[in-house]
Design a protein around this ligand. Structure first.
Ligand code: SAM
Length: 281
């Protein structure tokens, strides 16, 4: 595999490929790391994998060795000859040269079907919106999402309440899945090296709260964290135009202190409040 990845580097050089920083083009060539990511993602031979951000195809190739089928999205058409060469002869792979952020869920489902595992190593500014989009969608039957994130962001994904890392994303993810940080990845594992260290996170999707009003819970979480240092009452008042007196009464009736802030509320608290608060969000 190592000599194989030397071969991929040579293909990049032959094609005079210039890394595009704005597209987060920091590629992984380390064979052990690539294999570890595929193992972290729990890919088996029955799986369809949607890979987002194929790059030079190093991870794509490692995924193809384990999965039944891989659909890899890549925005940069300059990688076409590279991916053609790197993935030559691999029959269970389809590369789609599209900006995944511009595809609707229906368009993705038309290409990949509804049941798949997601694996993504993307520019970090689109990773969170993309993951939230998959997590919140109901068009797919996604088993898990495995993705590279900045190390500090990984800490936020599974933070405990009332810690600086705990934010809207923490209970929002927990509503749809269990988050595991499988490994940290030193910046030197990428070429070219970025300025930050990374981590691999996996979300195992579940349906524990399928009977709940998920959009209402997500909206409540978003409102509660809209201004982090403000009380829940102040954030709710700003978002709903409901009087603070009424909000205070409802919150106290639910058994909460009127000065409570979003950052101390667990997912269970948000679910409970979303059911008890007697107004639409
Ligand atoms: N998977 C490869 C690896 O691990 O070496 C490449 C990862 S590199 C960090 C991210 C890749 O995502 C780049 O090749 C970039 O062009 C691609 N990309 C960036 N934005 C994208 C988007 N909106 N849709 C699809 N691919 C995108």
């Amino acid at each position: 595999m190592e000599s194989n990845n030397r071969f991929i580097k040579d293909i990049l050089i032959q094609n005079k490929f210039v890394f595009n920083k704005a597209l987060g083009q920091n590629f992984i060539f380390d064979a052990n790391l690539l294999e570890s990511i595929v193992n972290d993602a729990g890919i088996t031979d029955g799986d369809t994998v949607v890979e987002i951000g194929a790059g030079a195809g190093t991870l794509t190739k490692a995924l193809c060795a384990k999965a039944r089928r891989v659909i890899a999205f890549e925005i940069d058409k300059k990688l076409m000859p590279v991916l053609d060469a790197v993935l030559f002869g691999i029959s269970n792979c389809q590369v789609v040269f599209k900006d995944v952020m511009k595809l609707s869920n229906k368009e993705i489902a038309d290409i990949a079907g509804k049941k798949f595992k997601v694996v993504a190593n993307l520019p970090y500014y689109i990773t969170t919106p993309l993951i939230m989009r998959f997590v919140e969608s109901h068009e797919f039957d996604i088993e898990s999402l495995t993705f590279m994130v900045q190390k500090e962001v990984a800490a936020r994904l599974c933070a405990k309440e009332n810690t600086p890392e705990y934010g809207a994303i923490t209970p929002s993810l927990k509503l749809r899945g269990d988050v595991v940080i499988t490994r940290t990845v030193d910046r030197r594992a990428f070429f070219p090296s970025p300025k930050v260290d990374s981590a691999v996170a996996r979300i195992d999707m579940h349906n524990k709260y399928a009977d709940k009003n998920i959009p209402k819970i997500l909206r409540l979480i978003k409102i509660a964290f809209s201004m982090r240092r403000k009380t829940l009452i102040n954030n709710l008042a700003a978002a709903t135009n409901i009087s603070k007196d009424r909000l205070r009464k409802e919150l106290i009736d639910c058994g909460f202190d009127e000065r409570i802030r979003g950052e101390v509320l667990s997912l269970e608290d948000f679910i409970f409040l979303s059911e008890k608060l007697d107004f639409a969000l």
